[in-house]
Design a binder for this molecule. Structure first.
Ligand code: ZN
Length: 139
């Protein structure tokens, strides 16, 4: 039996409140519910994080997330919706099975993300982009 809690949910070995399922993804209610209607969209086949997703899984997750997001919008009429996804402990990941949070948002709901912008000069942006481009793997 897998030790991964989300693999166990996918395998129906532990309960979850399901919202949506397709070939590659499973969407279920987050137990924590930052706001009512807070859903997690996870890949079915175990991948620890974004780095480990196949192209098929990556596509499937965003399709499911968009579909479920529209349903959350229609069901709860939030003021907004945050899509949150963390990779690695330093980023705040706590369950190491890839998943995306869909969080209905309201003015003054207390959810906060610190966004400490650095506004580097254009030359720095070019340097950063060149590093990333040189590491992009061919498809
Ligand atoms: Zn897993």
């Amino acid at each position: 039996m897998s030790e991964c809690v989300f693999c166990r949910i996918v395998a129906r070995q532990i309960p979850a409140t399901l919202v949506h399922e397709d070939e590659h993804t499973l969407a279920f209610m987050d137990l924590g519910q930052v706001n009512p209607g807070h859903v997690l969209v996870a890949v079915k086949a175990h991948a620890e994080n974004l780095y480990g997703l196949s192209d098929t899984q990556a596509s499937a997750v965003l399709q499911s997330a968009a579909r479920v997001a529209r349903a959350i919008r229609d069901a709860f009429a939030p003021h907004g919706l945050s899509v949150y996804q963390a990779n690695g402990k330093a980023a705040g990941q706590t369950v190491f099975h890839y998943h995306v949070h869909l969080v209905p948002r309201y003015e003054g709901d207390g959810m906060a993300l610190t966004w400490p912008v650095k506004n580097p000069p254009r030359e720095k942006l070019e340097d950063y982009a060149a590093k990333i481009r040189s590491s992009l793997s061919p498809r």
